[in-house]
Unconditional design. Structure first.
Length: 245
């Protein structure tokens, strides 16, 4: 019991941590109040939600030192929005865009960011151009959806957003923090059309998925090696810092 309760208390405080713990015993969907984050966090009784919650809030996947205060953040592969909640709380002055391709996840994402006016949600996928995508493994876990490019008008297609187009729409001159957990699409994102946004990105947090799309890691390293990025790791993420800033 203590192994599960103590991290909750550490992350959310004594009272909220105990309430989280008790409610999770009954494994119910619903909102969990967090006074520390000044919001309600919606969790479904699904494996992927529990894993994502644990990674973000209990294991501190994004709780590492960033030597500047980000004001522009792109959360690619936002899932149910827990990373966006974490960043919105940690950097309340930041403008954040959260992009998620799955409709059900997106609806929960909207619930989770409702308290944060600085977070904008987009239904779609991060890609190297503004094309159209479909999810190709809709029956898999809710945190592992892969997409592929299709023709316009394809049934069940969703919009693809290039990073450059999001920067243009938001009038961002830089992306201070780019978080990508996009289940293999990092291969396409770093494969072409990155010249307009990559040198203007201060920090990248990316999880690579070579097991899902062969060549993903090579694509990421090939592109970043063309610019002045340093490299480190934190949990399962690769961290790239642009030394030109």
């Amino acid at each position: 019991m203590s192994k599960r309760l103590v991290p909750l208390i550490k992350a959310f405080g004594l009272i909220d941590g105990i309430v989280f713990f008790i409610r999770r015993i009954f494994k119910k969907d619903g909102f969990y109040k967090s006074s520390r984050y000044n919001t309600n966090i919606y969790i479904r009784n699904k494996y992927a939600d529990k894993i994502t919650f644990k990674q973000v809030f209990l294991e501190g996947q994004y709780n590492f030192d960033i030597p500047f205060t980000p004001t522009t953040i792109l959360d690619g592969g936002a899932n149910i929005g827990l990373a966006s909640v974490y960043f919105a709380h940690r950097y309340p002055a930041a403008s954040i865009v959260a992009v998620e391709p799955n409709q059900e996840n997106f609806e929960v994402l909207q619930k989770n960011i409702a308290s944060f006016s600085n977070v904008e949600a987009k239904l779609g996928g991060i890609w190297n151009d503004n094309k159209n995508l479909v999810i190709v493994n809709a029956q898999d876990f809710d945190n592992s959806f892969m997409v592929e490019e299709v023709e316009a008008g394809t049934p069940k297609s969703i919009p693809a957003f290039s990073i450059a187009s999001i920067m243009q729409e938001k009038q961002w001159s830089t992306i201070d923090l780019l978080k990508l957990d996009i289940e293999g699409s990092e291969k396409e994102v770093f494969e072409k059309n990155y010249e307009s946004w990559l040198p203007h990105t201060k920090m990248i947090i990316v999880e690579v998925h070579d097991h899902m799309r062969k060549g993903a890691a090579k694509s990421v390293f090939t592109a970043t090696n063309k610019y002045n990025f340093s490299f480190s790791m934190n949990h399962e993420n690769l961290i790239f810092m642009n030394l030109d800033f």
